[in-house]
Design a protein around this ligand. Structure first.
Ligand code: PGA
Length: 254
């Protein structure tokens, strides 16, 4: 399985010109990738231009940071999976903690997840605890969040499901503040176990697990190598093309 490194630009950068510069910088490295897939998730307003820059680059893909659970209708401000696909997007991030903090519920994430999978998008569902307590309550939280966010998926669409484990306490910090790879490894195994409980071992074992939360050039290689994950979801450091390119190279060299 190819490594998957996703750039989640969030609500950045401020201009189309900057977006273009960042993506052009990343593309210089992405054209050389063989064992790694790079996915760029810009704000929707930069989608069309990003699609043009990406062109036919084999291992560089376009993704959305959110989607609605229907394809058309009176839903002001929303964007549908069909629009994402028609605009060149093949990935979508759903249930990011920053969206959940704005009021997105597990139920909404579940509806979006099942519909985006049905529409054939590679669907990245984010889960992660706010705090890591000594008693292990975070494990219960993770299990419940996973179950609730995935509860509407039909088995036959599972092949496009990707889980991004993003402990909220580790997001937006320095490389040294990311979760240690050994802890990531333990959690990745736990997530696989929950997926197997829900869907059966054969169906669930193929779902890639990504890590997100202060992933950067200092820790990217180590997290993938020793964290038992298939890739990374990268926030603020994906806005720096040099840093993100180094992360892609680290993944490629494993
Ligand atoms: P970060 O964000 O890399 O800035 O920690 C990751 C994310 O929120 O997806």
């Amino acid at each position: 399985m190819k490594k998957i490194i996703i750039a989640n630009w969030k609500m950045n950068p401020a201009s189309a010109k900057e977006a273009e510069n960042i993506l052009n910088g990343i593309k210089k490295t992405a054209v050389k990738l063989k064992k790694t897939q790079a996915v760029i998730c810009p704000p929707f307003i930069y989608f069309e231009n990003s699609r043009k820059i990406i062109g036919e680059t084999a291992n560089l893909f376009l993704g959305a940071q959110n989607s609605f659970w229907q394809n058309e209708g009176a839903f002001t401000g929303e964007t549908s999976p069909e629009m994402i696909k028609n605009s060149g997007g093949s990935y979508v991030i759903l249930g990011h903690s920053e969206r959940r903090a704005l009021g997105e519920t597990d139920e909404m994430v579940a509806r979006k997840t099942s519909f985006c999978l049905k529409m054939g998008l590679k669907t990245v569902v984010c889960v992660g605890e706010k705090v890591r307590d000594e008693q292990g309550d975070y494990l219960v939280f993770l299990r419940d969040e996973l179950r609730a966010s995935l509860n509407k998926i039909q088995k036959k669409f599972l092949k496009n499901l990707i889980i991004a484990y993003e402990p909220i306490w580790a997001i937006g910090k320095k490389d040294a503040d990311a979760m240690p790879p050994s802890d990531i490894h333990g959690t990745a195994i736990y997530i696989k176990k929950i997926l197997s409980e829900i869907y059966g071992r054969e169906n669930a074992s193929s779902a890639p697990i990504l890590y997100g939360g202060s992933a950067g050039k200092e820790n990217a290689g180590e997290i993938i190598k020793n964290g038992g994950v298939d890739g990374l979801l990268v926030g603020h450091q994906s806005l720096n093309p040099e840093i993100f390119s180094e992360m892609l190279i680290s993944a490629e060299n494993i």
